[in-house]
Design a binder for this molecule. Sequence first.
Ligand SMILES: Nc1ncnc2c1ncn2[C@@H]1O[C@H](COP(=O)(O)OP(=O)(O)OP(=O)(O)O)[C@@H](O)[C@H]1O
Ligand SMILES: [Mg+2]
Length: 355
Amino acid sequence: MTSDQITMPATGTTVLTVEDLRVHLPTENGLLKAVDGVSFTVKAGMTLGIVGESGSGKSLTAKTLLRLNPKDFQESGRVTLHRTATDEELDLLELRRDGSVIRTVRGRRIAMIFQEPMTAFSSLHTIGDQIMEAILLHRTQDRAVAREVCLEAMKKVGIADAERRIDQYPHEFSGGMRQRAMIAMALSCEPEILIADEPTTALDVTIQAQVLELMKQLQRETGMAIVFITHDLAVVAEMCDEVAVMYLGSIVEHAGVREIFKAARHPYTRGLLRSIPRLGMGRSERLFAIEGTVPQAIDMPPMCGFAERCPQRIDGICDTVVPRTLTIGPQHTVRCVLHDPEYAEVSETVTKEQA
Ligand SMILES: Nc1ncnc2c1ncn2[C@@H]1O[C@H](COP(=O)(O)OP(=O)(O)OP(=O)(O)O)[C@@H](O)[C@H]1O
Ligand SMILES: [Mg+2]
């Protein structure tokens, strides 16, 4: 292995802290508060799942950490990439988005598997050259060694005939193969943190299982932290240690994975859990089964963004108050007035009436 390899901190050590992250986007209709006050920590050797419906701000949160947003997006909050044995502490939002510091962070300290496999590759260069470019930038200056590392990574993600494939162009790869190549690229740099945004959506079930197992194996071997973004709660159960549930740009519930599956408290999380596929269900029933659509986060009055869809809504409160984040157990937070002591009396009455 090469000399500049990162020494991983002990499992459970906080490697990244996100505090009150906001990303507001100018649109034709006004300012879209696409990410609005998100906080979480990422720990070495552990996997944080981020789940939520389409448009809840999962990908945008991830891209913001790597400073990949266009200039006109208004970003605020604090993202701290903590100090390691060889690297300094960095406040990522303070870095120039095209500067050399963030470029060394990308790939080497934080790697990302993108939701859209084409985003990661240019059509002008071979897959091998592109994976090797990252390896040459971060791990070794020897092209022959880089090619070996690249081949090894391609084989690990199940790309058959890697010796031939390494010299092919992205258009010669199928969607699933490109996804694997992107995973190979992310893993070949042995990052401290891997952000995997719907990494297996384009893959068939067998390959999906293999890729997930591969990520877990690499996590065991290297101690990397994983942020796993997905719609799929079955995958969350399989992969994650803790889960943050996003809705309309905010985390509405956050807890250990067992707690989420056994004792979810937010009506939105409970709705998501009810939409997990069960044996014998048709495919169309598998998607989110919560009725109603997500409102646009533009000019929202002070209220809970889930109020209109919530079966436990308390009229007069949920449509007039922005719920605060409440700690309701060890490592368990929820953002819902039903659990707010301030509204205990009225929510008890309503719950009884509803029952
Ligand atoms: N580049 C962009 N330009 C305009 N709007 C954007 C851009 N990126 C994200 N958005 C908007 O920000 C919101 C959050 O988007 P994001 O891609 O983070 O959702 P997501 O949770 O990843 O959804 P999905 O599950 O569909 O991937 C959406 O309303 C989306 O339309
Ligand atoms: Mg997304």
